[in-house]
Design a protein around this ligand. Structure first.
Ligand SMILES: Nc1nc2c(c(=O)[nH]1)N[C@H]1C(S)=C(S)[C@@H](COP(=O)(O)OP(=O)(O)OC[C@H]3O[C@@H](n4cnc5c(N)ncnc54)[C@H](O)[C@@H]3O)O[C@H]1N2
Ligand code: MOO
Length: 402
């Protein structure tokens, strides 16, 4: 009897449950963007450190400029990076610039455009109030507060924020090293001489790109021919990696040897075959000490399965919160027939309609060898197992691809 196919969500949960984050390492801010923070970042200083002017103009006592014109005596200057050391008295003003410390005694800044200057005298033409154009000390953050929480994927804004907190290096999980190889006598590298019945391996470069994009270090072990010993020898090169991914040889054909070859060399299978299209022959287990994901060889199946299983796995290894890819609602552009037991991921185009949900139209062909259609797809429509037939206009969930 055929073995039951494992649901997609269960497969992902089983993979994730086998993974633990890589160790932490200090990383300079310049190299940290896009990576996942392993420890909270605590502000090492208060920003602004003291009350600072937000404008170029004159520091005044607001009470002196409650009616205008107000005539004030300029007693000094406060540039950014400097300061006026005295205390501002009644009827006095200090020339001040954006970012400069507000002198003691002053409690407002009159912007330069609202003044006229005559030697030591400045006339304020607009009224002001207490606090205007002043950035109080600690407006942005105060020393000792947690600015960025562990688990966060660092954006450029986060890097700037960490720098402002006077933190120059961050504790991050080491980038996960993902070793992978393709199997198949028919495969050659792009650009290499092609024999009569050979095809170009698209999976190696495609997977390397996806791993790099997801924050991992791709370790391309090449192409193993369809011989058990060759598959074993190639797999052994993965020792030391955080995960091994095999491409192809996962199905039931006489030349689909990955499982049989590695079973004799320390592979312990957790599951094989899932209720998904494309990607039914997906396999997962542990090869010696290394988690191993066996992706199907069909190029679209390999990429879609990598997106659904390898990317969350990488996120977990890198210390982040691993989830299924984000879905958004859309309207179906064409009717769809009832689905079978396999959760379906249909390549589709997206049309944006102002003020309405986008319309996702599945491509008429969905063959899992067709990379042209994966490249052209704007999204994947997710159809649950046994979904009933659907009319055009019905709501569906889609995974945006770009
Ligand atoms: N009798 C059955 N046949 C198949 C089944 C099944 O359940 N029963 N499942 C089908 C499904 S679904 C898939 S997906 C494929 C996956 O098979 P494998 O993982 O064993 O992959 P291969 O046989 O090695 O290759 C499939 C296909 O993809 C091409 N390929 C492989 N590697 C690459 C690469 N690196 N770059 C580009 N193209 C690659 C290969 O030439 C084949 O055409 O099995 C179905 N069969
Ligand atoms: O699941 Mo296979 O990936 O349909 O082609």
């Amino acid at each position: 009897m055929a073995q039951a196919l494992i649901p997609v969500a269960e497969a992902r949960a089983r993979i994730l449950s086998m993974l633990t984050p890589t160790e932490q390492e200090p990383v300079l801010l310049a190299n940290a963007v896009g990576r996942i923070l392993a420890e909270d970042v605590v502000a090492r200083r208060t920003q602004p450190p003291s009350d600072l002017s937000a404008m170029d103009g004159y520091a005044v006592r607001a009470a002196d400029v409650s009616s205008v014109p107000a005539r004030l005596r300029v007693v000094g200057e406060s540039p950014a990076g400097g300061a006026y050391d005295g205390i501002l008295g009644e009827g006095e003003a200090v020339r001040i610039f954006t970012g400069a410390p507000v002198p003691h005694g002053a409690d407002a800044i009159v912007i330069q455009e609202d003044t006229e200057r005559y030697g030591d005298i400045v006339i304020a033409r607009e009224k002001t109030v207490h606090g205007r154009n002043i950035r109080p000390a600690g407006l942005d953050f105060t020393k000792g507060t947690t600015g960025l929480a562990a688990g966060r994927k660092l954006s450029a804004a986060d890097i700037a924020f960490a720098a402002a907190m006077n933190v120059s290096s961050l504790s991050l999980h080491r980038r996960p090293r993902i070793a992978f190889f393709s199997t198949g006598d028919e495969l050659v590298r792009p650009g290499a001489p092609l024999g009569p019945n050979q095809i170009v391996s698209s999976n190696n470069d495609g997977l390397a790109a996806l791993i790099a994009e997801a924050g991992g270090v791709p370790l391309d072990l090449g192409i193993a021919p369809d011989r058990r010993e060759a598959i074993r020898a190639t797999a052994r090169k993965a020792i030391g990696a955080d995960m091994l991914v095999t491409l192809g040889g996962a199905s039931v054909g006489d030349h689909d040897l990955v499982q049989a070859a590695l079973a004799e060399d320390g592979l312990d299978i957790d599951f094989w075959r899932i209720a998904m299209r494309p990607g039914k022959p997906l396999m997962f287990g542990r090869y010696r000490d290394i988690p191993m994901l066996g992706l199907p060889g069909n190029p679209v199946s390999a990429q879609v399965c990598a997106l659904l299983f390898l990317v969350p796995a990488l996120t977990k290894l890198a210390g982040g919160e691993a989830n299924a890819p984000r879905t958004v609602p859309a309207r179906l552009g064409t009717p769809l027939a009832e689905n079978d037991q396999r959760e379906d991921y249909l390549r589709a185009g997206i049309d944006h309609v102002p003020g309405e949900l986008p319309v996702a139209t599945p491509f008429p062909k969905q063959d899992s060898s067709m990379l042209s259609l994966l490249s052209a797809a704007d999204c994947l429509i997710v159809r649950p197992p046994h979904a009933p037939a659907a009319e055009a206009g019905e709501m569906v969930s889609v995974i945006p691809l770009r």
